[in-house]
Design a protein around this ligand. Structure first.
Ligand code: ATP
Length: 283
C-alpha cells in the first residue's frame, strides 16, 4: 500500500532524551493515531515530519519527497496543526482566516464557514484572548479547509469540551470520505482513537513499540473469568491474573491450554482500547 509519510532509521537526541531509531510508514487513505506516554516523543516526530526539527540520522519522506531536500512542493499538500503556535496570539480569528485563505490555493471557504457555524467561533476576538478550547477550535478551522492530501494533527481535542470533540471527530470522518486523504494525529484521547483510527503507532520513552491495525490489536487481548481456579502455572499469553480472572495477549493459545486442562470459563471479553494501551505502556 502507498505511504504518505515514511521515516527510516531516524534518530534525534535532545539533551538527555534519545528518540529512535524510528521506522514509520503512514499508509495513504487511512487515519493513524500516534499514541504514547507523556514525553514519549510524539510531538517531536510530527515536528521532524514537518522539517521543523532536524533529525540527527535517517531519512524522512512526505508524499514521496524528502522533507529536507531541495524541493518544498510537499508543503502545499500537507497541513499541520501544532500544539502551540505563539505567532497567532496578536491576531483576531477574522484576520487569521484572511491570511490563511490567501496563502493556501485550495482553501475551502464553505468548509471554514461550516466549522465556524458548528463551533460558534469568536472571530472578532484576538487569538491570545480566547480560552484554550476556543483556540483549538480556531486552529482546527484554519487547518482543515486547506484541503491537504496529508493532515497532521498534534493533540487536536485535548482542551475541547465533550460536544466539540464529537463535532471534530465527525468533521474528520466526513472529510476523509470526500477524497484520497490521509490523517496522522497524536492524541491521548481514547475517543479519538476509538472513533477515528485505522492504525495505532505506539511510542514509549523515545522508542516505537510498533504499528498496529486497531481491530487486530483489540482482538489480540482478552479477559477470562474461569469457573473454579486458574492453573497454578503461567498460562500461554498470560499478562495478568487475579483470583479467577486472567488477561491474555494470545487468546487462541490461552483457550487451547485451558481446554486441555479441563478449565472452562463463564465470561470472556475483549479489553477496551485504553486498557490495551495501558498494558502496552506499562508492562
Ligand atoms: N525544545 C525542546 N527543548 C528541550 N527538550 C525538548 C524540546 N522539545 C522536546 N523536548 C524533550 O523531548 C522529549 C519528547 O517530547 P515530546 O513533546 O516530543 O513528547 P510527547 O510524546 O509529544 O509528549 P506529551 O504527550 O506530553 O505531549 C521530552 O523529554 C521533552 O522534554
Amino acid at each position: 500500500m502507498e505511504c504518505s509519510a515514511e521515516m527510516n532509521q531516524v534518530k534525534k537526541k535532545i539533551d538527555d532524551f534519545q528518540l529512535g531509531p524510528i521506522d514509520l510508514d503512514i499508509q495513504s487513505g487511512l487515519i493513524t493515531a500516534l499514541v504514547g506516554s507523556n514525553g514519549a516523543g510524539k510531538s517531536t516526530v510530527l515536528k521532524m515530519l514537518m522539517n521543523l526539527v532536524k533529525q540527527d540520522e535517517g531519512t524522512i519522506t512526505l508524499l514521496n519527497e524528502q522533507v529536507d531536500g531541495d524541493s518544498e512542493e510537499w508543503k502545499e499538500k500537507v497541513a499541520y496543526l501544532p500544539q502551540s503556535f505563539p505567532g497567532l496570539v496578536p491576531f483576531t480569528g477574522m484576520e487569521l482566516k484572511k491570511l490563511t485563505s490567501e496563502w493556501y490555493p485550495k482553501w475551502d471557504e464553505r468548509l471554514f464557514n461550516k466549522i465556524n457555524k458548528l463551533f460558534d467561533l469568536s472571530l472578532t476576538k484576538k487569538f491570545g484572548k480566547l480560552s484554550q478550547g476556543s483556540q483549538q477550535k480556531l486552529k482546527f478551522a484554519l487547518t482543515l479547509p486547506r484541503n491537504p492530501n496529508l493532515l497532521i494533527l498534534d493533540e487536536p481535542t485535548s482542551h475541547m469540551d465533550i460536544p466539540s470533540k464529537k463535532l471534530l471527530i465527525d468533521l474528520l470522518v466526513e472529510w476523509m470520505e470526500e477524497g484520497a486523504r490521509t490523517i496522522l494525529l497524536a492524541t491521548h484521547q481514547v475517543e479519538d482513537i476509538r472513533k477515528l483510527a485505522d492504525y495505532l503507532v505506539i511510542m514509549d520513552k523515545g522508542r516505537m513499540l510498533g504499528s498496529f491495525e486497531k481491530e487486530e490489536l483489540i482482538a489480540q487481548y482478552k479477559q477470562y473469568w474461569v469457573k473454579g481456579s486458574l492453573p497454578p502455572v503461567t498460562v500461554p499469553g498470560e499478562i495478568e491474573r487475579k483470583e479467577n480472572m486472567l488477561v491474555t495477549k494470545c487468546p487462541s493459545q490461552t483457550e487451547e491450554f485451558l481446554k486441555n486442562r479441563g478449565v472452562t470459563w463463564s465470561t470472556a471479553k475483549s479489553l477496551e482500547l485504553d486498557e490495551i494501551i495501558s498494558i502496552m505502556l506499562t508492562k
